[in-house]
Design a protein around this ligand. Structure first.
Ligand SMILES: [Zn+2]
Length: 264
């Protein structure tokens, strides 16, 4: 989740609280809060074993390759902060989620320690780096999330999870509904409404976890990215930066794409 969109939301609500700003400050002084350097731009919570350190170095390389494959090259240089305990994650402001991005700072929870979550948050950082503030502000949340889901290939949001949701008749957003999740608040509300925030309870009861909203975004974006390729994604970014509306840039950057109803 983008901290600036979160701050924008708080500003619009007139309530900028210290708790929203604090993690960003802490992430700029990670060694003062129990993290140690593993490699350039990677910090891990003190006490992490060598296997975890090696995994993080590998995850960074794999995530960077995925970003390069999608965007053609890599502009952003995020700094990664990996927590091996929930306590650490809470200290840096992570609650409930598996990973977060604050500008160019990525925070991974103990449940998000792999290249998939790193690449997901990195995609947000990369998109942010390539867009003007105005273009980024007007990009719908579902699109940003869909690109991140598709690029990061997380099994939790895969096509096979989508097929499971369809086969099990788990409620999921229609394409029209998905396209309406434009603001961070609308996205967050949908994630709650479709039950993605109750996976800890499901797991405790031995039930399968469900992620209908993130998975719907990935499901809708995969065919768009497959036909657009890197040139189409870059054309889309350029059009948005030139002031084109999202709807127009989404269509004209990828003229061969026929959307149909991608959430069926
Ligand atoms: Zn995301």
């Amino acid at each position: 989740m983008h901290i600036w969109k979160r701050i924008g939301l708080l500003l619009s609500a007139g309530i900028v609280g210290g708790c929203s700003i604090l993690p960003w400050g802490k992430l700029h002084a990670p060694e003062s809060f129990g993290l140690t350097p593993v490699a350039p731009r990677i910090y891990v919570e003190a006490g992490a074993d060598e296997a975890t350190r090696t995994m993080l170095r590998d995850a960074m390389e794999k995530a960077e390759s995925a970003i390069r494959a999608a965007y053609g090259n890599v502009i952003s240089r995020p700094v990664v902060h990996a927590c091996i305990t929930e306590k650490c994650y809470a200290v840096f402001g992570g609650y409930g989620s598996r990973a977060k991005v604050y500008g160019d700072r990525i925070l991974l929870s103990p449940r998000g320690l792999n290249w998939h979550y790193l690449a997901h948050e990195w995609s947000h950082a990369e998109m942010h780096s390539r867009l003007t503030f105005s273009a980024w502000w007007h990009m719908p949340q579902w699109f940003d999330e869909g690109v991140a889901v598709a690029i990061s290939e997380a099994p939790e949001n895969s096509e096979s999870h989508w097929q499971y949701l369809v086969a099990s008749d788990v409620p999921r957003p229609t394409q029209r509904e998905l396209y309406g999740f434009k603001s961070l608040r609308q996205w967050d509300d949908a994630v709650g409404r479709y039950g993605e925030k109750k996976n800890a309870e499901r797991k405790a009861k031995g039930e399968p976890e469900i992620r209908p909203v993130y998975t719907a975004a990935g499901h809708a974006l995969r065919p768009w990215l497959a036909t657009a390729g890197t040139p189409g994604l870059l054309a889309f970014i350029e059009k948005l930066n030139d002031g084109e509306t999202f709807e127009s840039a989404y269509q004209t950057a990828n003229p061969s794409f026929a959307p149909g109803d991608a959430t069926r």
